[in-house]
Design a protein around this ligand. Sequence first.
Ligand code: NAD
Length: 246
Amino acid sequence: TGRLAGKRILITAAGQGIGRATAIACAAEGAHVIATDVNPALLAGLDGMETRAFDVTSQEAIDALAAEVGALDGLFNCAGVVHNGNVLEIADKDWDFAFDLNVKAMMRTIRALLPGMLERAKETGAVSVVNMASMASSIKGFANRTAYGASKAAVIGLTKAIAADFVKQGLRCNAVCPGTVDTPSLRGRIASAADPVQAEKDFIARQPMGRLATVEDIAPMVVYLLSDDSRFVSGQALSVDGGVTI
Ligand code: NAD
């Protein structure tokens, strides 16, 4: 039973943060979850799920996954990296890495898994891809988020294009755009700031609701988009940002 009962759902970067919370939420809604991460040690403790190592930046790994994973009803592309810096500071290699991980890897993963999902859609009429974007994207500009914001804007464009191409084949594709979420990588960004106490205050101050998001604030939106409750929703970038974009 549950809103995702009978659905096979694959999640990238499920080892920690939003991906992990979403894997747990999907399993609680009855999904068969395939939880993947480049660091398989982080997948420990995800009980009742299928787990596997998966580096989204490796075409070889994507091909192996597509050959082995079987038909999917849902795919949550969560893997991504935050690069800190303005346009004067950015090195080509950092820009390329941001786009390779945040956008190209997502396109390649979808390209490889979509044929199986479209086959599945012939039986069920309903498969769903959810892509991790951010409020830092085409939605809003933030200081020191040049490569990140540009790459997450590209995620929204990719999402809308896929939604347009496959809308008549039972495939929906949406993006989720979180505000600032308390995750291990955010804690790393705070710790590496010149003044970590002030950095945490600043992250909280930009959230009108007066706090950071928890990973459990974000996961329900992904569950909704993966479930048939969102059957009339496609090509959207859905913000879950504590009021930042009010
Ligand atoms: P995180 O950054 O703390 O953890 C990232 C996870 O991704 C780790 O488990 C890591 O092992 C995995 N990973 C890294 N490289 C990978 C690769 N090549 N292949 C597969 N997995 C890989 O988690 P988070 O902060 O929840 O971020 C997850 C996603 O959410 C990212 O796309 C991020 O941009 C996005 N996001 C985060 C926030 C935030 O404030 N934390 C806000 C908006 C969007």
